[in-house]
Design a protein around this ligand. Structure first.
Ligand code: NAD
Length: 277
């Protein structure tokens, strides 16, 4: 079966350390892409209501024949649905589109500080968790200041914070905060969206040294730091390449070369400001 190791979350649930991300995969292509990923051995899929591909993702799950308990399905609450009752309704709609009766992980997609509703939203997440309809709950794009407030105001410490993280944005402060609070760090855009990062000479050199692709050595860097990763691709050969990363290791010199690439470079929005609803 899957050779992907798992992390144990702070509530005892185990989560594969590598999963398949489906942002920007159209709904009618999601079934095929997720199907290819499941055949390649992925057992974790990361979608979101706003990706508008929960239906295609659910179809791939249903037709895979893989027992539900072997899969780890994450979806996220979109900003426009924040608030206690609207969260409960949005969660029902996500489950319906996925064709599932529970998810493994439900995330608040963005803190949207200007909205000031993430505490009420998360209280609805606590109810969903207590009802057994999500096995774990967490957040995404939360800065330490947002997590501090959430932890003070609610009773379930988020199991996961999914944040933009790649070698050019290594997020040392967030990772240290998460470690102190037993929150797993999940990296979005782990490959830097496949743009400049994979062509950086130092990355190419590490790849050559190991006889691997740049994407594979970047994924190794994440795994060796303890991050959960969810690389996205719709190209079958890359989908397979991105999970074929468990039979080699970077050494201290490689890890140091990666550390030197950190320049605090965000590809996505600043969570303190982001307010699209
Ligand atoms: P990514 O870093 O996974 O890069 C994906 C791109 O890299 C692909 O479109 C392709 O162009 C390229 N690529 C993939 N595999 C490759 C390979 N082996 N060789 C060369 N190029 C390759 O970027 P992403 O899709 O932005 O992030 C991954 C997942 O993270 C998303 O699909 C989504 O599930 C999640 N995400 C979450 C948030 C959030 O706000 N929570 C935001 C963005 C992404």
């Amino acid at each position: 079966m899957s050779k992907v190791p798992s992390l144990i979350l702070n509530n005892g649930v185990s989560m594969p350390q590598l999963g398949f991300g489906v942002w920007q995969v159209p709904d009618d292509e999601a079934a095929s892409a997720v199907g290819t990923a499941l055949e390649a051995g992925y057992r974790s899929v990361d979608t979101a209501a706003v990706y508008e591909n929960e239906r295609g993702t659910g179809q791939a799950i249903a037709s895979s024949g893989i027992p539900r308990e072997e899969l780890f399905v994450t979806t996220k609450l979109w900003n426009s649905e924040q608030g206690h009752d609207s969260t409960l309704r949005a969660f029902d709609a996500s489950l319906e589109r996925l064709g599932l009766d529970y998810v493994d992980l439900y995330l608040v997609h963005w803190p949207v500080p200007a909205l000031d509703a993430y505490v009420d939203t998360y209280k609805a997440f606590e109810k969903i968790l207590a009802d057994g309809r999500a096995r774990a709950i967490g957040v995404s794009n939360f800065l330490p200041e947002h997590l501090e407030r959430l932890i003070d105001a609610t009773s379930v410490v988020p199991a996961v914070n999914q944040i933009e993280l790649h070698p050019q944005l290594a997020q040392a402060d967030s990772r240290a905060f998460h470690a102190r609070h037993e929150i797993a760090t999940e990296a979005w855009s782990p490959l830097g969206q496949g743009k400049g990062l994979l062509e950086v000479p130092a990355v190419a050199a590490i790849a050559r040294k190991h006889g691997r692709s740049p994407a594979q050595v970047v994924l190794r860097w994440h795994l060796q730091l303890g991050n959960v990763v969810i690389p996205k691709s719709v190209t079958p050969s890359r989908i397979r390449e991105n999970i074929d990363v468990f039979d080699f290791e970077l050494d201290a010199e490689d890890m140091a070369a990666f550390a030197a690439l950190d320049e605090g470079k965000r590809l996505g929005p600043d969570p303190a400001e982001f307010d699209v609803r």
